[in-house]
Design a protein around this ligand. Structure first.
Ligand code: ADP
Ligand code: MG
Length: 248
């Protein structure tokens, strides 16, 4: 698999509002975060606290009302159209419901992000490599419906890796899976961090998932209400004990 280097992400004073007048909701309310390369951040908080909106803004698929997003020293919020499109093609996005195209084979689902570009044979070769890396070698010609939920999420992760991202954004990636399968998906994400230094921002409701991340950022009504380093000089057992007591 092509080697990537993790991205550094800086978010400053980020705001996103929906609606107008008395019905207006501030989905993300003055959020600032510095995420060093190679960190796996669990983004937690109740439903409606702004997790998805924040991930979408960092992935440049949601408008920003105020504030800045800087990835690897490039201010995303200041990019023009063409540069934004290139940025979106590089960032990996994984969703709770996989978002695979049901009529396409596993292999074609993985190459979807690069379909309009040239060098299809190369793309297929890379897609095969990625499917192998996520444990799906031999399933290239299957249709999504023929796979289990965990396997479908692996396809979605392979697709997200197609652009060799330094940053992976995952919105409740284990939310549709039983805990054992969800644990395997998290193993896969942590392995990407270990082997490629990938930076991962992962929204989750699940305490067991958050506890295995490097850092926990909890949102409440669009604001950061808790930001804890789960690794800081602690041995893994102590990190686990502390994380086990975390409120999510
Ligand atoms: P979470 O992912 O933590 O559940 P969201 O980011 O989806 O939270 O939502 C945060 C708030 O913004 C909620 O009040 C939600 O209803 C609102 N919201 C999100 N997206 C939209 C939208 N496209 N239009 C209107 N309101 C939205
Ligand atoms: Mg959400």
């Amino acid at each position: 698999m092509e080697t990537t280097t993790g991205s550094t992400v800086r978010v400053a004073g980020l705001v996103r509002r929906f609606g107008a007048g008395p019905q207006q909701v501030t989905a993300v309310d003055d959020v600032s975060l510095e995420i060093p390369a190679g960190t796996v951040v669990a983004l937690t908080g109740p439903s409606g606290s702004g997790k998805s909106t924040l991930l979408h803004m960092i992935g440049a698929i949601e408008q920003v009302d105020a504030g800045t997003i800087t990835v690897d020293e490039r201010e995303i919020t200041a990019l023009g159209r063409a540069a934004l499109t290139r940025y979106r093609q590089r960032v990996g996005f994984v969703f709770q419901r996989y978002h695979l195209l049901p009529a396409l084979t596993v292999l074609d689902n993985v190459t979807v992000p690069v379909l309009p570009r040239r060098g299809r044979a190369d793309h297929a070769a890379r897609a095969r490599e990625l499917l192998d890396a996520v444990g799906l070698a031999g399933r290239e010609r299957a249709l999504p419906a023929q796979l289990s939920g965990g396997q479908q999420q692996r396809v979605a992760i392979a697709r997200a890796l197609m652009g060799a991202p330094g940053l992976l954004l995952a919105d409740e990636p284990t939310g549709n899976l039983d805990s054992a399968t969800g644990g395997q998906i998290l193993d896969l994400l942590l392995d990407l961090r270990d082997r490629h230094g990938m930076t991962i921002l992962l929204a989750t409701h699940e305490r067991a998932v958050a506890a295995r991340c490097d850092r926990l950022v909890r949102l409440g009504d669009g604001r950061i209400v808790e930001d804890v380093d789960l690794t800081d000089g602690e041995d893994p057992a102590a990190t686990f004990r502390r994380a086990a007591g975390l409120r999510l």
